[in-house]
Every structure is written in C-alpha cells, then in structure tokens.
Design a protein. Structure first.
Length: 214
C-alpha cells in the first residue's frame, strides 16, 4: 500500500536489455499521454469511460493492474501480464484502442451539444460527525469519492475544440521497469501524490481517479 512519501520527481528508465516483459512476476510503471497534451480527461464522463475500460473484466483478465491515476492529460498505471502468452505492449495497445473508441463516442456528443461535464465547484461539505466514518474509509483506501462530490482545485480549462482531434493518445508510451520492492513503493507514492503536487486535492485519498488493487 502507498506510504505517500513526497516525491518531487520520478526516475524514468529506458527498457532493459534482455528484460522479459512477458513474465507474470514482473511489473512496469506505464504512462500514456493524451495526444498534444489535450486535457480531455478533465471531462468527467470521458474520465469515467477510460477508467471503466481499465477496470473492465476484459482488461483485467490479462492485465495485472496494481495501481492507476488518471490526470487531465495523461494516465499512470502499474501493471504486468497474467498470462505468459500475452505481451504487455500488446495489452497496452488494446487499452489504447478501446479507450480511443470511447473517446470518439464522447467527442461526437460534446461537439454536437457543446456540453462538457466538469467537477463541481460548489460542493456542500458534510459536518464533521457525518464525514468522520467516510474520512476513515478514505484514508484506508476502502472508499473512493465520486468526482461529482469532490471539489478539484486548479482544474484545467477544457472546451469542445479539444475533442475535435481524431487521436486520443500519443503513439509512444513511457515505461519504467519495477526493479524491487523499494522501487515499487516509490512508484506507488508517485502515483498517489501526483494529483496533490498538481494542486487538485490536498490529500491523495481525495482524488477520485486514483486507485490501488491487490
């Protein structure tokens, strides 16, 4: 589980010569970046669609997902393969493919109606007695806030023009091979703290698009 050490930077590593990307025992930290860094995931419905794809049974049947965090213009996740017959780059390609299909659907809706769904800017906070049980669950990562009920600060401006491009993702993705337990913990911490460093939330548990799986 994350310890939430404050990491100011992440050590990106080139692919290791001779590294077996198909081993079921190995994990990689992956970053997918939106084409032209467009903040298309600032739209709540687009963000939900991407995470539904990531957490679907179709994906998790072959992808061993350990952690994820979706930011307005990129996606971080830690994953490996469940089946040695499957190649991790191919699985990532599959994720890019069907999230792109969801992006096309959402783009048509936004361009036709001009309607974007953004996080609320006027969240009504509960009293301390009401929120105490929920806060305890959040801090233990036993619960996740819905984006409609959390106020996200410094959220980027997004408009319909961002959805006119055909491509969702940049062609290449960035990967970092997890070397050991310490490296894994550092990457957990990086994923957890990234939304805090960007000023979206004050605590990593409050960010609705971050999750950790066993």
């Amino acid at each position: 589980m994350p310890q939430f050490d404050v990491l100011n930077r992440r050590h990106n590593t080139l692919r290791l010569l001779g590294y077996d990307y198909n081993s079921v025992w190995q994990l990689c930290a992956i970053t997918l970046v939106a084409d032209l860094r467009r903040p298309v995931f600032a739209d709540v419905l687009m963000a939900k669609s991407v995470l539904q794809c990531m957490l679907s049974g179709q994906t998790l049947e072959y992808l061993r997902l350990r952690a994820f965090s979706l930011l307005p213009d990129h996606l971080h996740f830690i994953a490996g393969v469940r089946d040695v017959q499957k190649k991790l780059p191919n699985l990532i390609g599959g994720v890019k493919s069907y999230t792109t299909q969801e992006y096309w659907k959402r783009s048509r809706e936004i361009i036709q109606t001009g309607g974007l769904v953004l996080p609320s800017t006027c969240v009504i906070k509960s009293s301390l007695s009401e929120s105490k049980p929920m806060l305890a669950a959040l801090l233990d990562w036993r619960a996740t806030l819905r984006p409609e009920v959390v106020e996200l600060k410094n959220w980027p401006n997004v408009n319909a023009e961002h959805f006119r491009a055909k491509r969702l993702w940049q062609t290449r993705f960035f990967d970092h091979v997890i070397r050991n337990d310490r490296d894994l913990q550092e990457n957990f911490d990086y994923i957890a703290m990234n939304p805090v460093h960007r000023g979206y939330v004050t605590h990593p548990q409050f960010y609705p698009y971050t999750g950790f799986l066993l």
